[in-house]
Write a protein that binds this ligand. Structure first.
Ligand code: 28F
Length: 647
C-alpha cells in the first residue's frame, strides 16, 4: 500500500506535522487507506455500478455548485485513454493554503476523507453525491487524478499520482473564466470487472440530474465514439413528468408546485395517464430514494385525503360510497417528488430511504394545499382524474369480489391445484421447481422426461393475457393466469405472500421461435407487474433448449446458439449426417428434453433479475403497453440489428 519511493519517516517527524513532505504524504496514505482496503463501503461495490459512482461523486459536486447558484454548465467527457473528466463553470475550488494546515482547500478536498464540500443553508445549497463522501474517494481509487481550477484570473493545476500529490499546486496560465475541472483514471486493480465507462448509464443519470436542476446545461462527450449529448430542461421536474409520460395517453394537465416549509424545500409534479401502474419517483437533495419513506408517506396520505375531499365536496363520491384508497388514487399516476433537506437522515443499507420525520409533514402540507388549489382551478382535469380513480375503485372492488369467489372456491388457497399441473412429490419449496411449458406436446414430453420428485410441469396452451393492459378484475377472469397464481401459491396484489411460494425455481420454457419469445415476454410481464418479489428473490429462470442437433454417425452434439454451431462446424472439418434445427420443444422426445434442458447436471438457464426497475418499467410499457407508436419506434430503431428474422 505504501509508495516505496516515499522516504520512510520517523515517528518524531510524523508527530511534528507537515514540515516534512513525506510526513504529509504518509498522512494522506493513512487517510485514504480505508477507502482502498474496503472500497465497497464508500462506493457500494467495485463492479460497473461502483465504477460509475466515481463519476456521480464528481458530477454531484458540480451539481452542488449549481444548486448553490454559481454554476449553470457541467460537461462530462469520456476520454480515449480511459479517463473521465468533469468540468463546471462554478467559482472554482479555493486554492489558497489553509492558515493552520498549510494545505489548500483543493488538496484537502482531494486527499482528506469526508472533506466533501458541504456548507450551510440559504438558497438550498445541500450536498448531493453519494451522501458527500467527497472527491477524495475518487482520488483514492484512481491511479491518477488531475485538477484544474480557473479562479482569480489564473489557471491552477495539481496532479495526484496514486492519490498522492506530485508536487505543489502550479499556476499554468491566465483565464477570464471561473470553474473546476477534475480528470481521473480509475484504478483497474480496484475495478477488476471493468474500467470502461458506459455511455448510456452516464447519459441516463445526466438526464435525470438535468431534470432535477432546472436551467442547468449538462453535456456528455464520448471521445471514444465521437458522440455527444446535451441536456437542458427549463421546466425541471415538470419536463421530467412529461418525459416519463411520453409513451402514455395522459389524463388532465401536469401539476407542479414548489414551496418551502420548516426549512424543507418541497418540489412536486404529477400527471395521470390511462395506464394501470403507478410511477412515483422521489429524490432527496437530488439523490434518488427508491425505497421512499417519510417524504413518500407524506405525499401518499396527502394525495388520498385531497382527492377524497374534493370528490366528496363535488358530490362525485356519494355519501354511500366508500372512501377511495391510496391504491385507487395512484393508479396511472406519474409523480416526481424532489425535496431539499439540510442534513438528511438516510436509512436502509443502501442509504436510499429518508428517515427525516419533518419531511413527512412538510410534503403533506405543501402538497395538499397546492394540489387542492390545482383541482379547484382546473375543474376539467379534476373531473377526469376523479373519473379515473373512481373506475379504479370499482375495478378493485370487482377484483376483490372475483378473488373472493375464487378464494371461496378454495382455489387460490391451493386447495385445488389446476388440473393441468403435474406437481412434484416433494413438498419442500427449496427442493421443488416448476417448468411453465408452452404447448401441450412439449408439456407432455416434459412430464414424461422430468424428475418427478423435484420437478412440476404446468403446460400453457397458446398466448396468455397481456397483463400490462389488463385491469385486476380481468386478471382473475383469465383461466391461464389463475392457474399460474394458484400454482405459485402466493396469491397476488395486497394478499401476495412470498413465503407461500411453492417452488424456489420457476422456469419459463418456450419454443425458440417468435411465438415462444412472445409467450415468454407475456409471462415476464405478468411476473414483473404482479409477482415482482419472485423476480427480486431470484426465483425466476428462463430455460435454454438447444437450437440445433449435429449428428455424425452415432455421435450427436446439442448446440445452444448460432455462434456455437459455427464454431463446432469450423472445428470439425467433417461432413455431418444431418444438422437438425429445433423449431419447437415438441420436436424433442422426453429423454432429449431431459438431457438438454431439464437435467440440473447438464442444463443451462438464464436467471431473471431487475437491474434497473425504472428501465424495466419503461420497457414493459413500450413493449406491452396500450400505445402503439412507442412500440413501432422501438422496433424500427432496432430492426437493423435483427439477424435471422423468422416471420
Ligand atoms: C468537477 C468537479 O468539485 N466543483 C466545486 C466548488 C466551489 C467551492 C467549493 C467546490 C470547502 C467547504 C467550501 C468556491 N468559492 N467540480 C467541483 N466547486 N467547493 S467543489 O468550496 C469548498 C469549500 O466549503 C467554493 C467559494 N465557496 C465555495
Amino acid at each position: 500500500m505504501y509508495n516505496s519511493n516515499l522516504k520512510k519517516t520517523t515517528m518524531a517527524e510524523m508527530k511534528t506535522g507537515h514540515e516534512n513532505y513525506g510526513a504529509e504524504n504518509i498522512q494522506v496514505l493513512e487517510g485514504l487507506e480505508p477507502v482502498r482496503k474496503r472500497p465497497w463501503m464508500y462506493i457500494g461495490s467495485t463492479d460497473e455500478r461502483g465504477l460509475h459512482h466515481l463519476v456521480w461523486e464528481i458530477v454531484d459536486n458540480s451539481i452542488d455548485e449549481a444548486m448553490a447558484g454559481y454554476c449553470d454548465e457541467i460537461t462530462v467527457t469520456l476520454h480515449k485513454d480511459g479517463a473521465c473528466s468533469v468540468e463546471d463553470n462554478g467559482r472554482g475550488i479555493p486554492v489558497e493554503k489553509h492558515s493552520k494546515t498549510g494545505v489548500s482547500t483543493l488538496e484537502t478536498i482531494l486527499t482528506v476523507l469526508h472533506a466533501g464540500w458541504k456548507f450551510g443553508w440559504g438558497g438550498y445549497k445541500v450536498s448531493g453525491g453519494l451522501h458527500g463522501v467527497g472527491a477524495s474517494v475518487v482520488n483514492a481509487l484512481s491511479t491518477k487524478l488531475e485538477a484544474w481550477v480557473h479562479r482569480d484570473g489564473k489557471i491552477y493545476h495539481q496532479v495526484f499520482n496514486m492519490w498522492v500529490s506530485e508536487g505543489e499546486i502550479q499556476v499554468v496560465g491566465k483565464t477570464k473564466k471561473t470553474g473546476t475541472i477534475i480528470k481521473f483514471y480509475p484504478d483497474a486493480t480496484i475495478f477488476k470487472i471493468t474500467t470502461d465507462f458506459d455511455y448510456k448509464t452516464i447519459k441516463n443519470r445526466m438526464r435525470q440530474q438535468a431534470y432535477l436542476t432546472k436551467g442547468i446545461k449538462l453535456t456528455l462527450n464520448d471521445e471514444r465514439k465521437n458522440e455527444n449529448y446535451n441536456f437542458y430542461f427549463e421546466g425541471g421536474i415538470k419536463s421530467y413528468v412529461n418525459f416519463l409520460n411520453k409513451n402514455e395517453s395522459t389524463i388532465g394537465k401536469v401539476f407542479y408546485a414548489e414551496k418551502e416549509k420548516n426549512d424543507i424545500l418541497v418540489e412536486v409534479s404529477l400527471q395521470y395517464n390511462k395506464d394501470y401502474s403507478d410511477n412515483i419517483i422521489s429524490f432527496v437533495n437530488n439523490i434518488h430514494t427508491p425505497e421512499g419513506w417519510t417524504h413518500m408517506t407524506g405525499f401518499r396520505t396527502a394525495l388520498t385525503r385531497t382527492i377524497n375531499k374534493y370528490a366528496r365536496d363535488k358530490a362525485i363520491l356519494k355519501e354511500k360510497d366508500q372512501n377511495l384508497t391510496n391504491e385507487d388514487v395512484i393508479e396511472g399516476i406519474v409523480v416526481v417528488l424532489s425535496i431539499k433537506v439540510i442534513d438528511p437522515q438516510f436509512e436502509g443499507q443502501t442509504k436510499a430511504k429518508l428517515g427525516t420525520n419533518e419531511a413527512r409533514g412538510a410534503v403533506d402540507s405543501v402538497f395538499s394545499e397546492k394540489f387542492m388549489e390545482f383541482l379547484e382551478e382546473n375543474p376539467a382535469s379534476a373531473k377526469s382524474i376523479c373519473e379515473k380513480v373512481n373506475l379504479a375503485a370499482k375495478a378493485r372492488l370487482a377484483a376483490r369480489a372475483a378473488r373472493d369467489t375464487v378464494i371461496r372456491k378454495g382455489a387460490l388457497e391451493g386447495m385445488t391445484l389446476p388440473g393441468k399441473l403435474a406437481d412434484c412429490s416433494s413438498k419442500d419449496p427449496a427442493n421443488s421447481e416448476i417448468y411453465i411449458v408452452e404447448g401441450d406436446s412439449a408439456g407432455w414430453s416434459a412430464k414424461q422426461g422430468r424428475d418427478r420428485e423435484h420437478q412440476a410441469i404446468l403446460p400453457l396452451r397458446g398466448k396468455i393475457l397481456n397483463t400490462e393492459q389488463a385491469r385486476i378484475d380481468k386478471i382473475f377472469a383469465s383461466e391461464q393466469i389463475k392457474n399460474l397464481i394458484i400454482a405459485m401459491g402466493t396469491s397476488i396484489g395486497e394478499t401476495f405472500d412470498i413465503t407461500k411460494l411453492r417452488y424456489h425455481r420457476i422456469v419459463i420454457m418456450t419454443d425458440a421461435d417468435v411465438d415462444g419469445a412472445h409467450i415468454r415476454t407475456l409471462l415476464l410481464t405478468f411476473f414483473f407487474r404482479y409477482m415482482k418479489d419472485i423476480i427480486k428473490g431470484w426465483y425466476l429462470y428462463i430455460a435454454q433448449p438447444p437450437l440445433y442437433k449435429l449428428t455424425k454417425g452415432k455421435n450427436s452434439w446439442y448446440v445452444y446458439n448460432e455462434e456455437q454451431k459455427e464454431k463446432i462446424i469450423a472445428e470439425n472439418d467433417i461432413i455431418w449426417d444431418n444438422i437438425q434445427r429445433y423449431k419447437g420443444l415438441g420436436e424433442m422426445n422426453p429423454e432429449q428434453l431431459w438431457e438438454t434442458t431439464m437435467d440440473p447436471e447438464q442444463r443451462k438457464m438464464y436467471k431473471v433479475g431487475i437491474e434497473d426497475s425504472q428501465r424495466a418499467d419503461e420497457m414493459f410499457k413500450i413493449l406491452m403497453g396500450g400505445e402503439v407508436a412507442p412500440r413501432r419506434k422501438f422496433i424500427q430503431s432496432r430492426a437493423k440489428s435483427v439477424k435471422n428474422l423468422d416471420v
